[in-house]
Design a protein around this ligand. Structure first.
Ligand SMILES: Cc1cc2nc3c(=O)[nH]c(=O)nc-3n(C[C@H](O)[C@H](O)[C@H](O)COP(=O)(O)O)c2cc1C
Ligand SMILES: [Fe+2]
Ligand SMILES: [Fe+2]
Length: 405
């Protein structure tokens, strides 16, 4: 990956793999890194679409020079998104290619000035749907606000049908040789695309739906996002998946997330899991909130309609790792979930259970009966309540599945 890689006519991937950052946005774990995809369209005029995180400027410039040679420069830098994972190389790049104009919309211009003090005279501002002519390649810009920031846009190349979609359809994970959907293990990347979607842009699901409608008006052949693989074999698949996720459509399955210090609450969680399985539910994901990062739990909750939270009480509040998960869930505005809750305590009855039930109310979610509240360690009666909760959830999941066809 030390040189640019052809994508289609005159179009190259010139991105980089980041294997050093362990937390994206200083929050989200990157067990297998992340790629920052930048693209070069080398026509009569040369356009670079997005850059990379700072620290990787030399890598990016080396790839550009490998394609253009030393005598040609970049004419336009098109900034689809100003988050520094894509804009971080702007200052260095501008120093390297002084004639380069920086292209965006009115909101991009504001951020170019506040982040990098770019001169007005170096910025070209376009409105929604307007475009730029490189020679053979005619580019147009389509604003998709809040997917992921207010200034975010898609660049579309009418000559090749490539939609450069930035964060939309992107996911974590470096590109380890293959860069296209037909070259890599899409099972892995799809999980990481959903983790990116659910944690980074899922909160803005209504705007994602609007963005997809806009994209459907373009005759795209290739979806080229700014993270993860490029979709050329089956671009519609990822667009449809994204559309489903943004409509809060789910698969038949359940996540059980528990918080337990000494194992008592874990027994409760496992009892519910067993009951679900006994009722024929195949997709059951059990997360220990002390060990699974919330981004993985949120990802799985975005996928499945059933959710069971089981938490002990800690210093008069909900066990902190469960509390953190609850805060993440409230921030995401997820819809249509079926929630079961179980709590444990030793001396402050009601505290943890109330906090968990409150989540159902705040999300407008269905709250299932019964709710086991365990004193110190589960009694046989408590475990029967867990069995009943698992049965009730299984019935609701099956009903949703048959309603979906
Ligand atoms: C550090 C610590 C703080 C706790 N704080 C509370 C509390 O404020 N109120 C309460 O009712 N129980 C409290 N408990 C008791 C546990 O919530 C209770 O024993 C529970 O059954 C433990 O479940 P676990 O075995 O799954 O960790 C606390 C326990 C520990 C270890
Ligand atoms: Fe972003
Ligand atoms: Fe990004």
């Amino acid at each position: 990956m030390n040189c640019g890689i052809p994508v289609t006519k005159d179009t190259y991937w010139v991105g980089v793999n980041d294997r050093q950052t362990d937390l994206f946005e200083s929050i989200w774990p990157l067990p297998r890194g992340v790629s920052y995809n930048a693209y070069l369209v080398a026509d009569e005029k040369v356009a670079l679409i997005d850059t990379v995180k700072n620290c990787y400027e030399a890598d990016l410039i080396g790839k550009i020079q490998g394609i253009l040679g030393k005598d040609r420069g970049v004419d336009y830098l098109i900034v689809n998104h100003m988050e520094p994972d894509h804009s971080g190389a702007i200052k260095v790049l501008k120093g390297f290619f002084p004639q380069m104009k920086i292209v965006g919309n009115a909101q991009t211009k504001e951020f170019l000035k506040s982040f990098y003090a770019v001169d007005d005279s170096d910025i070209l501002v376009f409105k929604d749907g307007e475009g730029l002519d490189l020679g053979t390649h005619k580019l147009s810009f389509h604003l998709i606000p809040m997917v992921h920031w207010p200034e975010t846009m898609v660049t579309f190349d009418w000559a090749t049908g490539v939609a450069f979609t930035c964060d939309a359809f992107g996911g974590f994970g470096t590109l380890d040789g293959g860069i296209f959907d037909d070259e890599v293990d899409m099972g892995y990347y799809e999980g990481e695309i959903l983790r990116y979607f659910s944690n980074i842009v899922g909160r803005y699901a209504p705007q994602v739906e609007k963005a997809i409608q806009k994209l459907k008006g373009l005759d795209y052949k290739i979806i080229a996002p700014s993270h993860g693989p490029i979709h050329r074999k089956n671009p519609n698949y990822i667009v449809e998946q994204y559309a489903r996720w943004s409509r809060h459509e789910t698969d038949c399955g359940a996540v059980i997330a528990f918080g337990s210090m000494y194992g008592n609450t874990q027994k409760v969680a496992e009892q519910v899991a067993r009951a679900l399985s006994a009722e024929g539910i195949e997709h059951i994901v059990l997360h220990d909130t002390s060990r699974s990062h919330p981004s993985f739990i949120v990802r799985d909750i975005w996928r499945y309609s059933g959710l069971v939270l089981a938490a002990c009480t800690y210093n008069m509040i909900l066990f902190p790792p469960v509390q953190t998960l609850v805060e993440h869930l409230k921030n995401k505005n997820m819809k249509n979930r079926i929630l079961g809750v179980c709590a444990s305590y030793s001396w402050s009855k009601g505290v943890a259970l109330k906090a968990l039930k409150e989540l159902a109310a705040s999300g407008g979610w269905e709250l299932l009966e019964p709710q086991a509240e365990v004193k110190s360690s589960p009694t046989p009666e408590d475990l029967k309540l867990c069995d009943q909760l698992g049965k009730n959830l299984a019935q609701r999941l099956k009903a949703c599945q048959s309603a979906a066809g």
